[in-house]
Write a protein that binds this ligand. Structure first.
Ligand SMILES: *[C@@H]1O[C@H](CO)[C@@H](O)[C@H](O)[C@H]1NC(C)=O
Ligand SMILES: *[C@@H]1O[C@H](CO)[C@@H](O)[C@H](O)[C@H]1NC(C)=O
Ligand SMILES: *[C@@H]1O[C@H](CO)[C@@H](O)[C@H](O)[C@H]1NC(C)=O
Ligand SMILES: *[C@@H]1O[C@H](CO)[C@@H](O)[C@H](O)[C@H]1NC(C)=O
Ligand SMILES: *[C@@H]1O[C@H](CO)[C@@H](O)[C@H](O)[C@H]1NC(C)=O
Ligand SMILES: *[C@@H]1O[C@H](CO)[C@@H](O)[C@H](O)[C@H]1NC(C)=O
Ligand SMILES: *[C@@H]1O[C@H](CO)[C@@H](O)[C@H](O)[C@H]1NC(C)=O
Ligand SMILES: *[C@@H]1O[C@H](CO)[C@@H](O)[C@H](O)[C@H]1NC(C)=O
Ligand SMILES: *[C@@H]1O[C@H](CO)[C@@H](O)[C@H](O)[C@H]1NC(C)=O
Ligand SMILES: *[C@@H]1O[C@H](CO)[C@@H](O)[C@H](O)[C@H]1NC(C)=O
Ligand SMILES: *[C@@H]1O[C@H](CO)[C@@H](O)[C@H](O)[C@H]1NC(C)=O
Ligand SMILES: *[C@@H]1O[C@H](CO)[C@@H](O)[C@H](O)[C@H]1NC(C)=O
Length: 722
């Protein structure tokens, strides 16, 4: 009990200490107001007050000039105070699809009775290492800016910051004598760096990583991302030296303790079995120190948090308890001799995905060798398969309750609002528990399910579990910003909130992968890709969820035509229609398989079903083309922008972008379509062509399609498929 309290207070004081070093300047928040609500740039007054934790008070200023006063104990709390004013009083919000904060009324609405808020946890966390591949790989700063404002306003104060990692890593490799050839033989391409950082893969396909990429990413991190995080009251979690090294390390250091990691996802040995310098070797400590000092020199001493995963989908060389313990103690010793206040941040995914290896005694040997106050564990998939409960709160280590939710940036509508509102609150009150944060660890930030990400970050500021039906309706009111929201909209959200977004069955808690995105074949509706979960199962009845929701939203658009001008309303109608088509495609697929298997099948039966499937995909593609958020061409353009007009570099980047979402590797057959997307162009030109094999070889269609009228297309879909 005593140890727990000491550790928690250390972590709590770390939270306020980090704030006080960056605090007292509201320049970053004032700039945010100028960016997002320029017409009221001078109307918000911020002020730091004494107090523990993160709390704020929002009130009307009684000064002559009027305006809004926001007092807070930390910068992050002030950002949350500003957000609370915008959402609760101003009825506007900032979304992954864009900021609508500038739509707040003039004059600014009065607060009335002051509003107080406090976070229930010191840390609000964001990102999964792989989000830097599936979502942000090719982002320029304008996209980062929107997300960083989104994070700051929602009160996130501890995100990962992986961008540009390779620059310093390469410097450290040079320092120990590795050549460029040896180093670049190890690094992966821009779309695949997260798995190289995890030690899952090495080397590249389609050409080696250009130094231009490394430099551009480093500059993005150093000049834009990190300064912006700091001015918004956000403490970045920076990378460290992980121990994964080029193969040639063994030739340069024949006596060093170097082993090969395990094979990942069936990749051939030259692309996986990454070479690992063991942390108890003095060379590891030397490289760690060099890495951290170089990083401090580049970015300043801006954090004590370091992300470091050695065994993510990569089993240790030995299960010997002494061995595991020496890995843990060597790693933390290396971090602390470089930064005496270092906290090692670990994703706990290994204990779920590698459960066969990670017995409790092995977990205890590995974690137990690290002092409790030197570690922060991300319980990665807490909404479905929490690990803190089987490890007795990681034997006392501070940990963060995280929602994983999305795999590969897949699209299916899905959520577990009940668990994400109750689970963290319950875990916080467990006797002798050590939970210190809440956060989001999605593999890909998929726009259509934003509601479940909003909900967890809002729950971090509420002592009691939120009432989910009230929550989704209140959210709809500020999402659709019309004078008076038609009751049909509330009804639609009540249905979604109590069904699709309230799925409490852990075995289906993943964003559904539609068979649309899969290579045609038998048995697709029973697809278990990994972790024993059926990714293609639709765990709800479309006819009593999606169908009434779409009718209600269409009805609302008719009674309140101004809804048609609201980008988030149009997006949501498109999203629900997209899901309807994906589910109908699965129905038709199942019918086709059943017919195919039947002894009385005729070719006419097959053709009828096949034509329906083709028709659905044609409609799906046309639907997606109506909305800028669903364009495949955006992913490609984002990748190519870094080529800055150099044609061969652009085509390398385009290959990277296309490869990740399709073959995911140099050859087909391993994890094809893992990161599949229902994007306009990709559906019509790739998935449709694959399904429509009889048309293979015919002339290719337009790559970049044309934009139709969303209402015309949705009405056709509703007529045909509801
Ligand atoms: C909490 O810790 C105290 C002191 O170590 C111990 O007596 C008690 O059994 C623990 N409770 C639980 C539920 O583990
Ligand atoms: C805040 O606390 C510090 C130290 O405890 C004290 O010196 C300072 O006067 C306090 N400030 C306010 C505004 O209360
Ligand atoms: C808040 O408003 C009061 C007047 O009501 C003013 O005296 C005070 O300085 C303001 N605080 C901030 C943070 O601007
Ligand atoms: C490796 O160890 C052997 C035997 O101890 C020694 O002879 C050799 O010099 C060492 N090599 C290096 C590069 O340190
Ligand atoms: C790792 O694998 C490579 C490729 O098969 C092999 O050449 C090398 O000897 C292995 N290294 C160690 C330390 O086992
Ligand atoms: C690669 O890892 C697998 C275990 O996952 C192992 O069987 C194999 O021997 C490893 N290969 C090398 C070259 O290390
Ligand atoms: C960062 O802190 C270290 C001590 O941990 C110090 O030696 C170094 O000079 C600092 N670097 C910067 C850039 O402030
Ligand atoms: C684990 O490794 C240690 C140190 O190398 C050794 O003494 C011990 O016998 C090993 N334990 C087992 C079960 O192999
Ligand atoms: C959500 O699911 C939980 C657990 O199954 C259930 O207790 C709760 O009533 C549901 N809430 C709604 C609004 O459907
Ligand atoms: C996967 O989902 C399909 C379609 O709903 C179902 O038929 C199948 O039994 C499921 N498989 C498992 C293992 O849950
Ligand atoms: C759902 O509705 C469709 C279209 O009306 C119908 O064909 C299908 O049988 C219904 N499915 C269920 C499970 O009720
Ligand atoms: C169809 O036949 C295949 C191969 O015989 C079998 O694996 C599958 O379960 C059958 N599916 C249906 C839906 O009957």
């Amino acid at each position: 009990m005593l140890t727990t309290i000491v550790v928690l207070s250390a972590i709590l004081s770390a939270a306020s200490a980090s704030a006080s070093t960056t605090s007292l300047s509201f320049t970053g928040l004032q700039s945010l107001v100028e960016r997002r609500i320029p017409q009221h740039a001078s109307s918000f007054n911020f002020d730091i007050i004494n107090g523990t934790g993160d709390s704020f008070t929002v009130s009307d200023s009684s000064s002559e000039a009027g305006g809004i006063n926001i007092s807070c104990t930390t910068l992050s709390a002030c950002a949350r105070g500003l957000y609370t004013y915008c959402t609760e009083v101003g009825n506007v919000d900032i979304w992954w699809t864009g900021s609508r904060l500038h739509e707040i009324a003039t004059p600014l609405p009065k607060v009335g009775a002051p509003i107080h808020g406090s976070s229930i946890v010191p840390w609000r966390y964001h990102f999964n290492t792989v989000t830097f591949g599936y979502t942000t790989a090719f982002w320029s700063f304008d996209k980062w800016e929107l997300l960083l404002d989104w994070l700051a306003l929602r009160g996130v104060n501890l995100p990962l910051a992986w961008v540009g990692y390779e620059k310093i890593l390469i410097d450290v490799f040079h320092e120990v004598g590795l050549t460029d050839d040896e180093i670049f033989d190890f690094l992966s391409g821009p779309a695949f760096l997260p798995w190289n950082r995890f030690g899952n893969i090495q080397s590249s396909w389609g050409g080696s990583l250009p130094m231009q990429w490394v430099t551009d990413q480093f500059n993005l991190q150093k000049n834009q991302i990190l300064p912006r995080m700091l001015e918004l009251g956000i403490t970045p979690i920076l990378p460290a030296f992980t121990g994964f090294v080029p193969r040639a390390m063994t030739t340069h250091f024949p006596n060093a303790s170097i082993v090969n990691g395990s094979q990942w996802t069936g990749f051939p040995t030259e692309l996986t079995n990454d070479t690992f310098l063991e942390p108890f070797d003095p060379l590891f400590a030397q490289m760690q120190k060099s890495f951290i000092l170089k990083q401090q020199a580049a970015y300043g001493n801006i954090t004590h948090f370091y992300t470091l995963d050695q065994y993510n989908e990569n089993n240790p060389f030995s299960g010997n308890l002494t061995y595991l313990s020496s890995i843990g103690s060597g790693t933390i010793a290396s971090l602390r001799q470089a930064d005496p206040d270092a906290t090692w941040v670990l994703q706990s995914w290994l204990f779920f995905q590698g459960e066969d290896f990670w017995s409790l005694e092995r977990i205890q040997a590995y974690l137990g060798s690290v002092p409790n106050d030197a570690m922060l564990i991300l319980d990665l998939y807490a909404e479905a398969y929490p690990q803190w409960s089987r490890t007795n709160s990681y034997f006392g280590k501070p940990w963060v309750w995280c929602q994983l939710h999305d795999y590969g940036g897949n699209f299916g509508m899905e959520g577990n609002l009940h668990e994400i509102t109750h689970g963290p609150v319950d875990a916080l009150h467990v006797e002798n528990g050590s939970m210190v944060g809440m956060g989001l660890t999605m593999e890909g930030q998929e726009l259509g399910n934003e509601v479940v990400y909003d909900a967890l970050l809002d729950q971090a500021w509420s002592e009691e579990p939120m009432d989910i039906l009230k929550y989704v309706k209140k959210r709809a009111a500020r999402r659709y910003t019309v004078e008076s929201l038609p009751p049909a909209v509330n009804r639609a959200w009540e249905i979604l909130g109590s069904t699709i977004y309230n799925n409490s069955d852990p075995t289906t808690q993943v964003t559904t992968r539609s068979v649309v995105e899969m290579s045609p074949g038998m048995g697709l509706s029973d697809s278990i890709f990994f972790i024993g979960i059926n990714f293609t199962r639709v765990p709800y009845d479309t006819n009593t969820t999606i169908v009434p929701a779409i009718h209600l939203l269409l009805n609302a658009s008719e009674t309140t035509p101004s809804l048609g001008n609201n980008p988030e309303f149009v997006f949501d109608v498109t999203e629900v229609s997209r899901q309807l088509l994906a589910n109908r495609f699965l129905d038709k697929y199942n019918d086709l398989i059943a017919v195919w298997n039947s002894t009385s099948t005729t070719s006419a039966d097959i053709l009828t079903l096949g034509s329906s499937m083709v028709a659905i995909l044609e409609d799906l593609d046309a639907l997606l083309y109506t909305n800028e958020n669903y364009l495949f061409s955006t992913w490609i353009a984002d990748a190519k922008q870094w080529g800055k007009g150099n044609a061969s570099y652009e085509s390398y980047l385009e290959y990277q972008a296309r490869n990740q979402i399709t073959l995911w590797g140099p050859t087909a057959g391993l994890i094809d379509d893992y990161a599949g997307k229902q994007w306009a162009g990709l559906v019509g030109e790739y998935y449709l062509k694959r399904w429509e094999t009889r048309k293979w070889g015919e002339e290719e269609g337009e790559i970049w399609g044309t934009r139709g009228d969303v209402w015309q297309i949705v009405k056709r879909i509703v007529t045909l498929w509801t």
